[in-house]
Write a protein that binds this ligand. Structure first.
Ligand code: GRF
Length: 189
């Protein structure tokens, strides 16, 4: 049974969805959730779901405390789900091709520093794009730059507001992220 750690800073709807998906799965479980925000909704969600959630400061993320915890718990795979900090190099090096992120837009155009959450959807509407979607990609030391593994594209209606797109894209995230994780984890040696 493989162990997944989810890193999250926000509301935690993807985290909850991933936890529930793997609860009955024979391949893997969410063994740990890491948050860098103690008041994040994801922290409360984990309490309700009975999943261990640890809150770490930026310093602890960078000084090896988070890496130690991941190694102690023998974590096999890391999924970022709305994690708003860069993953430090020692963690990336310790988990080669085993850290992925989900981004609520198409990369590389709608990614990078400062391009997250509703800001992505605002930019898509402002640019009158005909399409948007989700991207799941490997994580490297820069925001949203690792190799894209999976994309799902949807049409943007001319009357869609950024909030409409946020809702539609989140549905897509929930529909696809756990399955993509399962597919990648199946391939682990
Ligand atoms: C998602 O849209 C994800 O793509 C982005 O942050 C959001 C997190 O939402 N990286 P939630 O906290 O899982 O509800």
């Amino acid at each position: 049974m493989k162990k997944i750690a989810v890193f999250a800073s926000g509301n935690g709807s993807n985290t909850e969805n991933i936890i529930n998906f793997f609860e009955e799965n024979e391949l893997a479980r969410v063994a740990l959730v890491i948050s860098n925000k103690k008041k994040a909704g994801v922290v409360d969600k984990c309490k309700l779901l009975g999943v261990r959630c640890l809150v770490f400061s930026q310093a602890e993320l960078e000084n090896g405390a988070v890496l130690d915890k991941l190694l102690d718990l023998k974590i096999d795979f890391i999924a970022l789900a709305g994690f708003l900090a860069l993953v430090p190099k020692p963690i990336i090096d310790a988990f080669p091709q085993k850290i992925v992120n989900i981004h609520p837009g198409l990369l590389p155009e709608y990614g990078g520093k400062g391009m997250y959450g509703i800001k992505v959807h605002q930019a898509v509407v402002e640019n009158e794009e005909e399409e948007t979607g989700i991207s799941i990609h490997y994580v490297n030391e820069n925001f949203d730059e690792g190799e894209v593994i999976f994309e799902e594209v949807i049409e943007v209606d001319f009357e869609d507001s950024p909030e409409d797109l946020e809702y539609k894209v989140q549905q897509l995230e929930h529909q696809h992220y756990p399955q993509v994780l399962e597919y990648l984890i199946k391939d682990l040696e």
